[in-house]
Each structure stands twice: as C-alpha cells, then as structure tokens.
Design a protein around this ligand. Structure first.
Ligand SMILES: [Zn+2]
Length: 298
C-alpha cells in the first residue's frame, strides 16, 4: 500500500514501522497547532519555535500512550530568559505554556532562531499520568536547550531507548510556515545493518520543517524509507486543545487554602483567574467564593 494515495494536510501523527517491526517511526506535522499556540501566547518567533518544538515532542509521547485516561506532561526548566515551559498531551490534544513568551533574541550566526539560548540549560521532566496506576516520572539534564537533542537524551537515559529526534518550526514573524517532527527508534532485535541504513539516511531528515515545506509528510516518509518495508500502523489527528473549566479553577481556588480564600472574600472584589494554557479568564463573584468555601467546609 502506498502512503501517498492518502495525503492528509491537517496536523497529524503517523505511526509507522520499518523492516517488520525492527524500527518505530513517528512522523508528524504540527503547523496549525503551533500557529494556535503563537496566537494564544502572542509569542515572538524564537519563543514560537521553542513552544512548537516542545509541543511536537510532547505530542509524540502523548500518542504513544495507549490508555484512555492517560496523559503526559513535559516540563522544561532552563536558565534562559524564556523561563519554565510546560506542555501537556492527552493523546493528540496538546497544550503549552511558557513564562515569558515575549523574549526576543538576535538570530544565531547561521541565521537560525536561537532556541538554545532562549531555553538555556537546566532540567527536563516527563510525567506520564497512567490513570489509576502510579505515574511514571523521568528526569534528566538538558544537554543543549535546542530540545531535539534534549529529547533524544531523555529517551536514551530515562527510557533506555536510543532515538533519533528531529523537531522543526519554520516561522516568519507571526506566521508559522511549517512545523513538525520525526522520531526514529530502533527496537529490541533491530540489526546493525538496519541501524547503519538509518544513519546513512539521517542527513535527509535533519531539517524537518524545511522538508515539510517541500513535500507532505506521506511523500517524505516514502522517500526517506524506500526499500525498508515501511508499514503504516496508525494515524492520529493533532490539535491545540485546553481542558480548563470553571470546575477545575474552583479546585485551584480551594487549593490555596481556606485562610487565603477567606481574605479574598473579605476584600469583596471577587477573583479573576486566568488559564495559563489558553489565556481564558474566569471570574468568581464574592458570593460565589462564599458558596465555594461553604461547600468545602460542609
Ligand atoms: Zn485553558
């Protein structure tokens, strides 16, 4: 079956395998999702690129989780001016937030956006919420702040899974031209010959956003993995989606503690809470806060 007979132009994750299951491949386009993140956070190009790379990698982790109520949260805590970044994926539904989306930096010498400098060095953590079971928590140091290498390092150290990770966001001002990513993982039993083949081909997928600008992902996959018995296992739509609700923010209000909630009530101004992921604001009147406190005490 040829992949190019069913080209999808919307954001989507392709889950493929090569050589009868010796290699797992996740290939996605995330242009629309990254554009939505840009529009919500009104970010500068370098921050859009950083958020986009993070969301793209988080989407890969999210799509790999099989259970219905499972989700994954990736936190990047670098010492760069962008501050802390958090992305959450419920399967293909992804959201992102960043401390300072307005950080602007001069481009690198090669003309590329300086994501590494904006993010800096520090730590990353991956928390997989496994529904009823204990969460999985993986942590490691950031190795470059460019995020692609950082995720490859995370997979190698925390999941003992060698991986090639390519993340790319092509952005001009407020517009995301193309965004996407590629993950290649040799699985147990993968032969040396197959790994060599992939290494030989790796220059072809180094600049994923440029590649996506030239051709749809289905066509790219067929070209890159020609002769490697590529199979399509699954395709998952991707989108930017926040899961905040009034109910969730009520919980957040209760979490600040009764004394603090009482002092907000005493101020008589009500409370305005904003969601960091979608920038929606929720207003609670003093009366509503009183009722909330009463229900918590009941
Ligand atoms: Zn929200």
């Amino acid at each position: 079956m040829s992949l190019t007979t069913q080209i999808h132009t919307e954001d989507e994750m392709l889950h493929l395998d090569l050589m009868g299951g010796q290699v797992r491949v996740m290939l996605c386009e995330t242009t629309r999702m990254v554009q939505d993140a840009r529009d919500i956070h009104e970010s500068t190009p370098v921050c859009t690129a950083a958020m986009g790379r993070l969301m793209t990698a988080t989407a890969m982790l999210g799509v790999m989780m099989k259970g219905e109520n499972e989700s994954v949260t990736v936190t990047i805590k670098g010492d760069g001016p962008i501050g802390t970044m958090v992305s959450v994926a419920d399967h293909g539904d992804v959201r992102v937030t960043v401390d300072n989306p307005l950080v602007d930096l001069p481009p690198r010498e090669d003309g590329k956006l300086d994501v590494g400098k904006a993010v800096g060095l520090g730590r990353m953590s991956v928390v997989k919420d496994l529904g009823m079971r204990e969460p999985y928590i993986g942590q490691c140091e950031l190795v470059s702040g460019e995020l692609g290498m950082d995720f490859a390092n995370y997979f190698a150290l925390s999941e003992q899974q060698p991986s090639l990770v390519s993340l790319g966001v092509l952005v001009k001002g407020d517009q995301v031209i193309k965004a996407g990513g590629l993950l290649i993982q040799p699985l147990p039993g993968c032969t040396e010959e197959v790994i060599e083949q992939l290494e030989l081909r790796s220059p072809m997928f180094a600049e994923i956003s440029r590649e996506l600008e030239a051709a749809p992902k289905e066509e790219l996959a067929e070209g890159w993995f020609r002769g490697m018995e590529m199979r399509l296992l699954d395709r998952t739509p991707l989108r930017y989606r926040c899961t905040c609700s009034r109910q969730r923010l009520e919980k957040a209000l209760l979490a600040i503690g009764r004394a603090d909630l009482q002092s907000i009530i005493d101020d008589g101004q009500g409370a305005e809470l904003g969601c960091h992921f979608c920038r929606k604001t929720y207003f609670f009147t003093t009366e509503e806060l009183k009722a909330l406190l009463a229900s918590a005490q009941a």
